[in-house]
Write a protein that binds this ligand. Structure first.
Ligand SMILES: [Zn+2]
Length: 398
């Protein structure tokens, strides 16, 4: 079962390791005997939007859709409630301190636990100063998919966060970060340009093309931090796989993003903070300040328009660094403020990210990473705040 804790991105053409484990686990459960607690989830078990099972079981850390044969005397704990896959946070920085520096593993572990205790059982970090790989072996922590370190243009990002490079070194740096991470690279696509006094893309179209090509050649996917309108056509043309923040979406780039099937990681709590950035920059950079305020003011409309156009939205908190950990429910409230239905919020927080990352949800034989809720999250997303039970690989962690 220790293998379950390691989330490794598969090589091109390889079956993701959790799927292999899941198949072996389901077939081998009876022969191996029962390891750990057995749960009877008396449901409903919400396996997808519009899909549910009346009940399911957790045996040997895995979810089973059929009542298993158990050795006589096996203790089974029954629980009533709405079972959903553990929440995901697609933009979380485990290993960056509140001061914006690298952390010890102890601090990174505490951050991961804080997120876990809010029901987040799957994290794709979006760049970390610290190598958090050792935490992936710890079975009581959320499954962690790492991005390596942020890649940014020299002096065009928060100080100390990124590998800062010029265009000539971009492709090689992306290749190096792809080796460090678990199949993801994070490129900072725009930032304030002090000469222009406004946000501008930090790379040319050709640079974005080279970065995407390098990531894909290394078997990784690439995502980008983007606030500015002008960056989006460039990264979409370059074949980026995911967009972070994407506050600069326009009608045109919403259509292009939807057509490409590229998800947007929302980070609306962070976008709410743009007023503070605007106020800080106001005196020296009035155009930048006005731009940031405009992006903030449009955040709910833009999010709703993207959703309505069919752009997959995925929940990201941007916790770590500026924002503290444990804020996923605030992000879900922001999605509700943007007009998303409870089902759409559940899709963005739970089923959708798992599909996108290739991590199972509640399929037969999947690792039992789930929440049991006393009330129906399809009626009100705030039900997710009050899990009665949190299981990680079938073990109770909350
Ligand atoms: Zn971030």
């Amino acid at each position: 079962m220790s293998d379950d804790a390691v989330v490794r991105w598969p090589e091109a053409g390889e079956t993701p390791s959790y799927r292999r484990d899941a198949a072996a686990g389901a077939a081998g459960a009876a022969a191996a005997g029962v390891d750990g607690p057995v749960w009877h989830l008396r449901g409903p078990v919400l396996t997808g939007p519009g899909e549910e099972l009346a009940e399911a079981w957790v045996v040997d850390g895995r979810i089973l859709h059929e009542r298993p044969e158990l050795p006589a005397g096996t203790e089974v704990t029954s629980i009533d409630g709405f079972a959903v896959p553990g929440l995901a946070d697609l933009h979380c920085h485990i290993g960056i301190s509140d001061e914006g520096t690298g952390t010890s593993l102890d601090v990174a572990r505490a951050q991961a636990r804080t997120d876990r205790d809010t029901g987040v059982l799957l994290i794709r970090d979006a760049g970390s100063i610290t190598d958090t790989a050792p935490l992936q072996a710890e079975a009581d922590l959320p499954r962690l998919i790492r991005c390596g370190r942020h890649v940014a243009r020299s002096r065009r990002y928060l100080i100390g966060y990124a590998e800062e490079v010029e265009p000539g070194d971009l492709a090689a740096t992306v290749t190096a970060q792809a080796r460090r991470g678990d199949g993801w690279v994070k490129l900072v696509g725009d930032w304030i340009d002090r000469d222009a006094g406004d946000l501008t893309p930090t790379w040319s179209g050709a640079d974005f093309d080279a970065a995407a090509e390098a990531a894909h050649a290394a078997g990784a996917r690439i995502t980008t931090h983007t606030f500015d309108e002008e960056t989006l056509p460039l990264v979409l043309a370059a074949g980026f796989d995911c967009l972070e923040h994407a506050t600069g979406l326009t009608d045109e780039t919403i259509r292009a993003t939807a057509a490409a099937g590229i998800p947007v990681v929302t980070t609306l709590v962070n976008v709410g903070e743009f007023e503070a950035y605007a106020a800080q920059g106001e005196r020296k950079f009035p155009r930048y300040a006005a731009h940031m305020r405009r992006l903030r003011a449009d955040r709910y409309r833009r999010t709703r328009d993207a959703h309505d156009a069919g752009v997959p939205l995925l929940v990201g908190t941007d916790a770590g660094g500026v924002l503290g950990h444990g804020i996923v429910h605030q992000e879900l409230d922001e999605l509700a403020a943007a007009g998303l239905s409870p089902i759409a919020i559940l899709e963005a927080a739970s089923w959708g990210p798992r599909r996108f990352l290739g991590v199972p949800a509640l399929e037969d034989g999947a690792p039992a990473d789930l929440l049991v809720l006393p009330t129906d999250p399809r009626e009100d997303h705030r039900a997710l705040r009050e899990p009665e039970l949190i299981l990680l690989a079938g073990r109770r962690v909350g």
